[in-house]
Design a protein around this ligand. Structure first.
Ligand code: FA5
Length: 342
């Protein structure tokens, strides 16, 4: 060790590091100061390396202990500074986002205090659009039997298409006989069984799937089913209805397309996408001509009646309409998010 007074140099290095730490303004600055003292090329590390030059074994041991303590002092001061900065950042955020309900109540006295959820607003608007096109609104149960959710929709037990829906089963004595409905399509059967044709119906409601939440998926979400049964209904009626609906709901600068697809309960089947004004597409639902077996399950003669059906995801429609990037935001109940919408 070259200096005449190494313990003095250790003390000064610690003092300088502690002074710098006390004014370090963020985590990066704290790490830089700590590194300059105890890092690979740090001042204290250099002093420790030069201990080898001290001949007196006892003095070398004393200086080693002193250095060890000095490095610990700097590292622990750095950690304390990091904790203090984190705490200050949290305090600052809490102060910034403080929400005084008394102020809110006073400010909104005499004004509207709340609003319907974006998905409820979308559902009501969808109903309005379809009622305007001559449809009636129907509803069905959220807890369904296997018969309505699958079998009557042309999916007998062990049909591979059942795996298209990650089903949540209800625990009953007869395993697999009761499900949380995976789509609104079972309401097609219920409507056919109850209403004599011609049928022009939409059926909105909540559906359930074992889906992991992400920007476009929720395990609990909403669909609106459409069912038309009449004489001489063709695929052109389906395409025309979907285009008319797209423009009525999203505006004239949106358009729709149908892509060939497969659903066991429609034949032919298609996926329904809309094109946003920026030219990008998003899938909103499935549709097709009602399968003869499904008409029969609903008690109708497929030689006399034909029809089309569709099922759209309402949450995705609300997301598109309001330019929301992530479906999960719509369920976060965060006032900073909900407050943005009229
Ligand atoms: C069906 O559920 C069919 N029942 C639709 C149908 C009805 C086809 C009538 C033919 C005739 P699919 O699984 O593709 O199809 O879901 C329809 C729409 O629901 C999707 O396009 C999407 O908009 C929405 N959707 C599906 N899964 C989720 C989810 N986990 N979260 C949010 N929306 C979803």
């Amino acid at each position: 060790m070259s200096s005449a007074d190494p313990s003095q140099r250790i003390a000064s290095a610690v003092e300088a590091a502690l002074a710098d730490l006390s004014v370090a303004g963020d985590a990066a600055a704290v790490s830089a100061v700590a590194n300059a003292a105890t890092g690979k090329k740090g001042s204290l590390t250099a002093l420790r390396r030069s201990l080898a030059e001290v001949d007196d074994a006892e003095r070398r041991r004393d200086l080693g202990a002193l250095l060890h303590h000095a490095m610990e002092t700097v590292d622990s001061a750095a950690e304390q500074r990091r904790v203090a900065l984190r705490r200050a950042a949290i305090d600052e955020q809490v102060a910034r986002e403080r929400w005084d309900l008394t102020e809110t109540a006073l400010r909104s006295a005499g004004q509207r205090r709340g609003r319907l959820h974006l998905v409820t607003q979308a559902t009501e608007r969808l109903e309005d659009v379809f009622v305007g096109l001559g449809f009636q609104v129907a509803e069905g149960p959220e807890v369904e039997s296997d018969f309505y959710n699958f079998e009557a929709l042309n999916m007998p037990p062990s049909h591979p298409a059942r795996s298209m829906w990650d089903t949540l089963f209800v625990d009953t004595t007869e395993t697999g006989s009761v499900v949380l409905r995976t789509h609104t399509s079972p309401v097609q059967i219920r409507v056919m069984q109850e209403w004599p044709p011609p049928i022009y119906a939409v059926m909105p409601g909540r559906v359930f799937r074992r889906d992991t939440p992400d920007a476009t998926h929720m395990p609990v979400f909403h669909q609106i089913e459409g069912l038309v049964v009449d004489r001489g209904i063709t695929f052109a009626d389906l395409a025309g209805t979907i285009e008319a609906f797209t423009q009525a709901f999203f505006g004239r600068d949106f358009t729709s397309r149908l892509r060939p697809s497969y659903f066991p309960f429609t034949e032919p089947s298609a996926e329904f996408d809309i094109r946003r004004p920026d030219g990008t597409w998003i899938e909103l639902g499935g549709c097709g001509m009602v399968h003869p077996s499904v008409l029969r399950a609903g008690g109708l003669d497929p030689l006399e009646w034909s029809g089309f059906a569709f099922g759209f995801g309402i949450d995705r429609m609300a997301k598109e309409r309001h330019g929301v990037e992530d479906l999960r935001d719509m369920y976060s109940d965060d006032v900073r998010f909900t407050g943005q919408f009229p």
